[in-house]
Design a protein around this ligand. Structure first.
Ligand SMILES: [Zn+2]
Length: 626
């Protein structure tokens, strides 16, 4: 950006943010005084956390931290992939400063683990979290040492978890003095926690009291005996909770015992449900900085806005049908550019004003092209975008000629969706009709039937405008899954390389997103139902607008939690200049979820009469109110 106008705009935006961003943050610091336990989790819901890693001893040639991370990503049947939280000590990594004199965990094999392990944990779908620099309990430290312990790992561990890195203090040492020191520090304030644990593997073996897994192995017990202590704690509790396991084994006797113990425990816990640690937190997704375009409002052009990564990268560009073609509005340098026509209608291609269209990367270029349905098949025009010359949807071709083999012409209606249904890097076609679903994988040259499922069929009560299919990756495996909102709640089928899995209800019956909770009340409610990446971690969750509220439900293992409010209040403009004063406009506007700024996290976007509005958002995690 350059020029005086832009600079003025920047300073206006900055002052807007200074007002909105600060006022949107809760008053309390994110590292609160009381430690956060899992005592509010229902019985049968467990959270897995791992402390003191990475495993710098690597006995028997393997790093237990990585072995555990891989096991969670592919746990024994019937468990689905589990998200673990790894509370790491920065001192174990190559390049870490020499351990402090007080360090208990970093004197041996100090700094011998490559930092690439951090990315490996994330690639396996896990959360990387902060357990302090040198594992020095806070009781031993004055304020300066405390702040060093809490904040020094942030640079090393930096990743998508920022700016709300989860924190657990060494030895759970946390009190009013330590909390206030943390709350006074700018960097420490960006962290979230502290997190406690509910199940630590303590109990009696015979007459012998075991303090936890580390003590169990130190005393020479085997992995089954040590695992049974956790299972007893879990069984005897009247609630669910956070499990703490140490993935670092300082006792040579232990070897790979921690890994074996977890494997054993997962085998015994097949019917439990595992949730990520973040599900303990409420999310306030404050509208930090609202942006607007005067184009693409309700009265501009026809029909819905369609978002797609037409310019590559993560940013989703809004496109809309106008009288003469498909227009798209790129976002760059903190604002929308004027909309440009990316595709001109002409009679030969069979795409008319207001006709439904999709944006999909059928050829695997990383840029979504334009797809639509012609009388005799599915058409596709790739995106020619490059940063210097812009782009358009160019050279339409037919990618799936219709025969009537599937009886679509007689169907009362069929739905077309595009998504990633294999690991080719290309998006593919999903069609739902009265008999169920079919996936046509893209070869780049065209689409061909790959697998089918009788689920989400009309006979099972699906179909029609009331519960359209939504496509998105809900389990974080890189392949899109399929969900729909029905009378009882949200049902989903995960998709893997093997095909479409069983449809099951992912929410509590007649709970979140159900008709009983008001989701059948009006077209705005059901049509705003979407899958959105609220956390920016590559896993989508249900989201939508019900009345004036924009809500979502956090992801758990093969289920979604209760509805939580995404926005405290509708966006307001402190200067009173640009935002519509009429609140009912906001409450009736179509709401979309799309990653406008390409930061990997979806924004909420409203289509209002005067144009397109959205809030660039910041996630603020806070403990769930009781
Ligand atoms: Zn620890």
């Amino acid at each position: 950006m350059g020029g005086p106008r832009d600079n003025k705009m920047d300073s206006q935006l900055v002052s807007l943010c200074a007002f909105l961003c600060l006022s949107a943050l809760p008053a309390a610091a994110q590292l609160q005084t009381a430690q956060i336990s899992g005592a509010n989790l229902p019985k049968g819901t467990l959270v897995l956390t791992f402390d003191d890693g990475p495993d710098e001893f690597q006995f028997e040639g393997g790093n237990q931290t990585l072995q555990i991370a891989a096991l969670l990503a592919e746990p024994p049947a019937p468990l689905a992939p589990i998200v673990g939280t790894f509370f790491l000590n920065a001192c174990h990594f190559i390049g870490a400063p020499p351990p402090s004199g007080l360090s208990a965990n970093c004197h041996t094999n100090h700094g011998n683990i490559p930092t690439s392990l951090i990315g490996q944990l994330r690639a396996l779908g896990h959360t990387v979290a902060n357990h302090g620099e040198d594992h020095v309990p806070g009781d031993y430290l004055q304020d300066a040492g405390l702040i060093y312990e809490i904040t020094n790992p942030l640079t090393l561990l930096a990743g998508p978890e920022q700016p709300h890195m989860l924190f657990r203090p060494a030895g759970f040492e946390w009190d009013q003095r330590i909390a206030s020191a943390a709350q006074r520090n700018r960097l420490a304030r960006t962290e979230t926690g502290p997190f406690f644990a509910d199940f630590i593997g303590s109990g009696y073996i015979g007459a012998n009291w075991i303090q936890g897994d580390w003590d169990c192995f130190r005393q020479g017990y085997g992995y089954q005996a040590c695992g049974d202590l956790y299972l007893e704690e879990i069984q005897q509790s009247d609630h669910g909770g956070i499990i703490l396991i140490h993935d670092r084994s300082p006792y040579r006797l232990a070897g790979q015992q921690t890994f074996l113990m977890l494997q054993y425990m997962l085998g015994q816990l097949g019917s439990e449900s595992f949730a990520p640690l973040e599900s303990l937190l409420g999310v306030r997704k404050a509208v930090g900085l609202s942006r607007q375009s005067s184009e693409f409002g309700t009265t501009d052009g026809f029909g819905d806005i369609v978002f797609g990564r037409i310019a590559g990268g993560f940013a989703a560009t809004p496109c809309k049908s106008r009288a003469d073609g498909i227009w798209c509005m790129e976002y760059s340098g903190n604002e929308f550019r004027p909309a440009r026509r990316w595709f001109e209608f002409s009679s030969q291609f069979g795409l008319a004003p207001g006709q439904t269209f999709w944006l999909a990367d059928l050829d695997g270029t990383g840029k979504a092209g334009l797809a639509w349905e012609q009388s005799d098949g599915i058409m596709f025009a790739p995106s020619t975008y490059d940063a210097s010359s812009g782009g358009q949807f160019h050279a339409p071709r037919m990618v799936l000629p219709y025969s009537d083999a599937y009886g679509w012409r007689q169907s009362t209606g069929y739905e077309i969706r595009f998504g990633r249904f294999d690991r080719s890097g290309r998006e593919s076609l999903l069609v739902r009709d009265k008999t169920g679903m079919r996936v046509f994988l893209s070869s780049g040259a065209g689409l061909a039937l790959a697998f089918a499922s009788g689920q989400f069929a009309d006979a099972e009560g699906w179909g029609g405008a009331a519960n359209p299919l939504r496509v998105g990756d809900i389990d974080g495996d890189g392949i899109d899954d399929i969900c729909a909102r029905g009378p009882n709640g949200v049902s989903c089928a995960t998709v893997t390389a093997a095909g479409i899995g069983q449809v099951s209800l992912y929410t509590v019956p007649n709970g979140p997103f159900s008709d009983a909770e008001g989701w059948a009340a009006g077209p705005a409610a059901s049509s705003s139902f979407a899958l959105a990446d609220i956390f920016g971690q590559g896993r989508k969750v249900p989201a939508g607008r019900i009345g004036a509220e924009v809500v979502f439900a956090a992801s758990a293992n093969q289920s979604f939690a209760g509805e939580q409010q995404l926005l405290d209040t509708l966006p307001t403009d402190p200067t009173g200049q640009a935002f519509p004063a009429d609140a009912t406009q906001w409450q009736t506007a179509p709401v979309y979820f799309a990653d406008i700024d390409g930061d990997g996290q979806d924004e909420a976007v409203w289509m209002l009469p005067g144009g397109l509005w959205f809030g660039l958002t910041q996630i603020v995690l806070a403990p769930q109110p009781d």
